[in-house]
Design a protein around this ligand. Structure first.
Ligand SMILES: [Zn+2]
Ligand SMILES: [Zn+2]
Length: 322
């Protein structure tokens, strides 16, 4: 059966340097790319119907590096007798364009953040385009509810910590993914756990994996992310035993433990506000006073235990009080 996979690669120069020089299990970008192309080849080898696209988030821009549905330019490198031409084409397209784009970055550009959400959005647009083609070919063009592709999914390979200003675009991407019935899988290769990627995987039925054994990257990729979501029920794929459900406030883009939600548009604020900055709704003074009175007193960070014994540690799974 046809399977659709979009891989989104985080290519933050700063964080790859940090990962390569880590004292504990360093993972360099070249070592990562060798294992990534092995995974991509394994996926393509699964079925000739498998659609594959690779997207990269470079500092300040995102690009599509490869798509199996577009005609590829002929490979310029001479392939050896032991190489299989379709794999060679894929490896060249992914690895050489990554090297080319990273080398063309100036020193100041390398410092720019890598918004993964741009590449994720492109991946969702690609899946949407395939869905439309699929519906045209199956004469469902006038159907109100387009038939979803069988098992479309996005795999995000991230090395950067969350960019809190991306919270709203990431949530919007998650909603689009849910509508397109796309599963989002995420693998955090180094650095701290990603709150947003955990939520993306949880809300779309995908797997989130924090890579603890960086020397076993290829094994983790093949065992966890190679099987399509429909067959994962039959195998023991790692699942999340806890999900960090915290949101970022719309006012300061901070990740908050307790937020205040606009009852009209569901915007989240870190403190009670008299007027919602998103929808301009005014709140009664009485409500503000009540909410302010109910706020826990400010505590010096880090605060492992909050008032009333409520755990404030990462992984708290209580919702945001309205
Ligand atoms: Zn705020
Ligand atoms: Zn509002």
């Amino acid at each position: 059966m046809m399977d659709t996979l979009c891989v989104v690669i985080d290519l933050s120069v700063k964080h790859w340097q940090r990962s390569a020089t880590a004292s504990d299990q360093p993972l360099s970008l070249p070592a990562f790319l060798i294992q990534l192309v092995a995974f991509l080849n394994a996926y393509s080898a699964g079925s000739s119907d498998n659609a594959l696209a690779v997207f990269a988030a470079f500092p300040g821009k995102s690009l599509m590096l490869y798509s199996s549905t577009d005609t590829q330019p002929q490979s310029t490198t001479v392939s050896g007798p032991n190489s299989y031409p379709p794999f060679q084409l894929l490896d060249d397209a992914v690895v050489s364009s990554i090297i080319h784009h990273l080398e063309s970055l100036s020193d100041s550009e390398q410092e720019a953040p890598c918004p993964l959400v741009g590449a994720l959005t492109k991946a969702l647009c690609f899946i949407n385009r395939l869905t439309l083609d699929h519906n045209t070919n199956t004469s469902n063009a006038e159907g109100l509810d387009p038939i979803a592709l069988p098992d479309p999914r996005v795999l995000i390979l991230s090395v950067s910590p969350d960019i809190t200003s991306s919270y709203i675009p990431i949530m919007n991407s998650i909603f689009s993914a849910q509508k397109l019935k796309v599963t989002i899988d995420a693998c955090q290769l180094s650095g701290p756990d990603s709150v947003f990627l955990q939520q993306a995987a949880h809300l779309t039925g995908g797997s989130y994996l924090y890579l603890e054994r960086r020397d076993a990257l290829l094994q983790h990729l093949t065992m966890t992310f190679l099987p399509s979501p429909s067959v994962r029920g039959a195998i023991a794929v790692p699942t999340q035993d806890k999900v960090d459900f915290r949101a970022a406030c719309f006012c300061h883009k901070n990740i908050v433990d307790i937020g205040f939600v606009c009852s009209v548009c569901l915007s989240i604020f870190c403190q009670p506000v008299p007027v919602c900055s998103t929808c301009r709704t005014k709140f009664p003074m009485k409500t503000l006073q009540r909410l302010n009175a109910s706020r826990p007193p400010a505590q010096p960070r880090p605060a492992p235990i909050g008032t009333n014994g409520v755990s404030k540690a990462n992984g708290s799974s209580y919702g945001t009080p309205a």
